[in-house]
Design a protein around this ligand. Structure first.
Ligand SMILES: [Zn+2]
Length: 272
C-alpha cells in the first residue's frame, strides 16, 4: 500500500507536490531518515546552513519605500491624539529621557559615543500568531503598530514572508519595539505566519484556526533559508552574539512551537 507523506507540500518547492515521492525525488542529495518531511525540513535547513555562512553579502531586502511604508510618526490618529488606541502605548511614542525613556529613539541619540556594532547584540525571532490573517502584509503590520497601538513606527526591524521575501522594517539604527522591557540592542525579526499548531482565535462561540501563509503552521523552507541569509549578513556587519525566540525574553508562546525548533540552529549561525 502506498501512503502519502504526512506533510503538506511546500509551495515554493515544486518537487514536493508529488506527495508520494520523498525528499523531492532527489535521494542522493537529501536525507529523509524517517520518511517524514518534518525531518526533511530540518535536513534542508542544515544543508543550506552549510552553504550559506561563506556568503556574507547582503540578501535582497525589499525597502520601506518599495513596500510603501509610512514615515515614522505618521500615527496621529492614536499616537498623538490618543484617540482609538487599541492599547495605551507604554513603550512607544516619542522618546523623552524623563517621561518616556523607552520611547522611539535612534541609537545615535541614546548612545552618542557607541557604534551600532557595539550596541546591537541579539536577534529576537517572532511569528505573527493569531493576530495575523493569511493576507498580512508589511503595510498592515505597520498600520496595526502605528495606528491601532499608537507606536511611532512598525516595531520589527525585518520581516520574512512565506515565500522567503525579506522586508525592511524599522530602521536598524533605531531601537525596536518588539519585546517588553528590553528592546535596546535587540533586532526584531518577524517570520510572517502563525507557527503555533492548533492555536485558535475565538470569535463568539466560533473558534477560528487562522492559518499561516502556507496553511501548515510551519515556517516554509524558503522562509527559513532567507532568515539564515539575513542572520548571516547581520552577524557579519554587526557581530551578533545570539539569536533567541521572543519567549526567551517575555512570557509568550511567540514564535510558536513549530518555529522554536529553528532557534538553536539560528543561534549557531551567529556563533560560528
Ligand atoms: Zn513575538
Amino acid at each position: 500500500m502506498i501512503t502519502a507523506d504526512t506533510i503538506v507540500p511546500d509551495s515554493t518547492i515544486p518537487q514536493t507536490f508529488n506527495r508520494y515521492a520523498y525528499v523531492e525525488n532527489n535521494p542522493v542529495n537529501h536525507r529523509d531518515s524517517n520518511g517524514h518531511c518534518q525531518d526533511r525540513r530540518q535536513c534542508e535547513a542544515w544543508i543550506s546552513l552549510g552553504a550559506t555562512p561563506s556568503q556574507k553579502s547582503k540578501p535582497r531586502i525589499t525597502s520601506r519605500e518599495d513596500w510603501g511604508a509610512r514615515q515614522p510618526g505618521n500615527n496621529t490618529l492614536c499616537g498623538v491624539q490618543r484617540v482609538g488606541c487599541m492599547e495605551v502605548p507604554d513603550n512607544e511614542g516619542f522618546f523623552d529621557p524623563v517621561s518616556n525613556p523607552a520611547g522611539y529613539a535612534p541609537y545615535s541619540q541614546l548612545h552618542e559615543d557607541e557604534t551600532l556594532s557595539s550596541i546591537l547584540f541579539e536577534v529576537v525571532i517572532h511569528h505573527g500568531g493569531n493576530s495575523m490573517n493569511p493576507i498580512t502584509s508589511p503595510s498592515s503590520i505597520q498600520y496595526e503598530h502605528q495606528t491601532k497601538r499608537g507606536w511611532h513606527d512598525i516595531g520589527y526591524h525585518f520581516m520574512v514572508d512565506g515565500n522567503g521575501q525579506i522586508y525592511e522594517g524599522r530602521d536598524i539604527g533605531v531601537r525596536g519595539s518588539h519585546v517588553s522591557g528590553g528592546n535596546t540592542g535587540r533586532i526584531g525579526v518577524l517570520l510572517m505566519g502563525d507557527f503555533e499548531p492548533g492555536a485558535a482565535l475565538s470569535v463568539g462561540s466560533i473558534s477560528i484556526d487562522l492559518i499561516d501563509l502556507n496553511g501548515d503552521h510551519e515556517p516554509s523552507f524558503a522562509q527559513v533559508g532567507s532568515t539564515v541569509q539575513l542572520l548571516t549578513w547581520l552577524d557579519s556587519v554587526y557581530g551578533i552574539d545570539s539569536v533567541v525566540g521572543h519567549n526567551d525574553i517575555n512570557h509568550t508562546e511567540c514564535p510558536g512551537t513549530s518555529c522554536l525548533i529553528y532557534i538553536p540552529y539560528f543561534d549557531n549561525i551567529v556563533n560560528q
